[in-house]
Design a protein around this ligand. Structure first.
Ligand SMILES: NC(=O)c1ccc[n+]([C@@H]2O[C@H](COP(=O)([O-])OP(=O)(O)OC[C@H]3O[C@@H](n4cnc5c(N)ncnc54)[C@H](OP(=O)(O)O)[C@@H]3O)[C@@H](O)[C@H]2O)c1
Length: 336
């Protein structure tokens, strides 16, 4: 008779085998940005750059001579990161500006500051993101993950688009918007454009079962926020292409990366390092061979296919309209 026993030594061996197998897989498939492009004279914003993938991205771009704006919500942490980046890159042209994506007031203040102080903006990297376990609502009345990962960056892109287009037109070369998405979007099978704020599902709570108690809802919301990132990247790329504007927009999956994001589990240390996880963001920011590529999804420095839903162009158009309403984009802030 077969008796299933879950003794500790056996489970450790299984965990070890999985860890080694994953490590081999990551090593074999990870993409590396091979470009040695310099960024002297270019201005670059990296959001959420005080730690993790964002900090590694900012360090690499600073090493290429760019003027790097660390857009972070925690100034104390950001200043510590800035000192490290300046020291390692030997580039003093790194500055910190406050940006909290859960506040439209903060986003508008940040954008106004950039418009006032920066004559040009060449690269905007939307890296900041969160994965919540509990459900929270922002001061703007939106679901916390949806605003941090999608609505906030959507508003910021719209506010900085004019400056980026002007920069591209003056310099006669494409400037770039890079949106950090996630393969987590594959977990989402449908998107209710009438309730992007998940008001209905968030209110439908019971205490009786994990499913009814919506324990999986934060994961669904994370996937949805990243699906929206990919859809709106495609829609923005389409709009800019129709008008012939010199801005490319692409999104990416960084891979499974060991950062504060995965801080809850030490066993995840087989994942990519932040520097490895930053490679596709860096590639999209600098690589010459993709200077005209727009509206694509990347993984490991290569074009990849996002989910079927993420490729639905009609859906992307509708999402854009709904998002404009939800972030309360004012007529004078609209480019399109
Ligand atoms: N790690 C992975 O395996 C993985 C996989 C797929 C996609 N991603 C995506 O990659 C991006 C970077 O993630 P990471 O792994 O580097 O995570 P991380 O180490 O947790 O860093 C996230 C960054 O975003 C910032 N941030 C969070 N909420 C913010 C807000 N309201 N306003 C401004 N900044 C905010 C954080 O600031 P604080 O330090 O102040 O919290 C931090 O700087 C995220 O968009 C994430 O969704 C990560």
């Amino acid at each position: 008779m077969f008796v299933f026993s879950f003794d500790v030594p056996n489970s450790l061996i299984v965990a070890l085998i999985f860890t080694v197998a994953f490590k081999i897989y990551y090593e074999a498939t990870k993409g590396v940005c091979m470009s040695s492009k310099r960024l002297d004279g270019k201005t670059i914003i990296v959001t959420g750059s005080n730690t993790g993938i964002g900090k590694a991205t900012a360090l690499d771009l600073a090493s290429r001579g760019g003027r790097i704006i660390l857009a972070c919500r925690n100034l104390k942490k950001a200043l510590v990161a800035k000192d490290k980046i300046v020291e390692k890159s030997r580039n003093p042209n790194v500055l910190v500006k406050e940006l909290d994506l859960t506040s439209f007031t903060s986003i508008r203040r940040f954008a106004a500051d950039v418009q006032k102080t920066e004559p040009k903006l060449h690269i905007l990297i939307h890296n900041a993101g969160c994965g919540d376990i509990e459900q929270k609502t922002t001061e703007d009345g939106l679901e916390h993950q949806m605003q941090t990962n999608y609505f906030g960056p959507f508003l910021l892109t719209n506010l900085l688009l004019g400056l980026m287009i002007e920069t591209g037109e003056k310099e006669k070369e494409n400037v770039r918007i890079v949106n950090v998405g996630s393969d987590g979007h594959f977990s989402v099978g449908d998107l209710n454009l009438d309730d992007l704020n998940f008001s209905y599902e968030r209110s439908a709570k019971t205490i009786w079962s994990p499913v009814q108690n919506n324990l999986w809802l934060p994961i669904k919301i994370y996937g949805t926020s990243k699906l929206c990132v990919i859809l709106s990247s495609c829609e923005l790329a389409r709009k800019l292409e129709i008008l012939g504007k010199p801005v490319t927009v692409n999104s990416l999956h960084p891979g499974g990366v060991y950062t504060e994001f995965s801080r809850f589990s030490k066993i995840l240390s087989f994942l990519k390092s932040p520097a490895e996880g930053a490679q596709t963001s860096i590639y999209l920011a600098v690589a010459d061979e993709i200077s005209n590529v727009s509206g694509q999804y990347f993984r490991d420095c290569k074009i990849a296919q996002p989910s079927e839903l993420a490729r639905d162009k009609e859906f992307a158009k509708k999402l854009w309209e709904v998002s404009e309403r939800l972030v309360r984009l004012e007529p004078k802030e609209k480019f399109f």
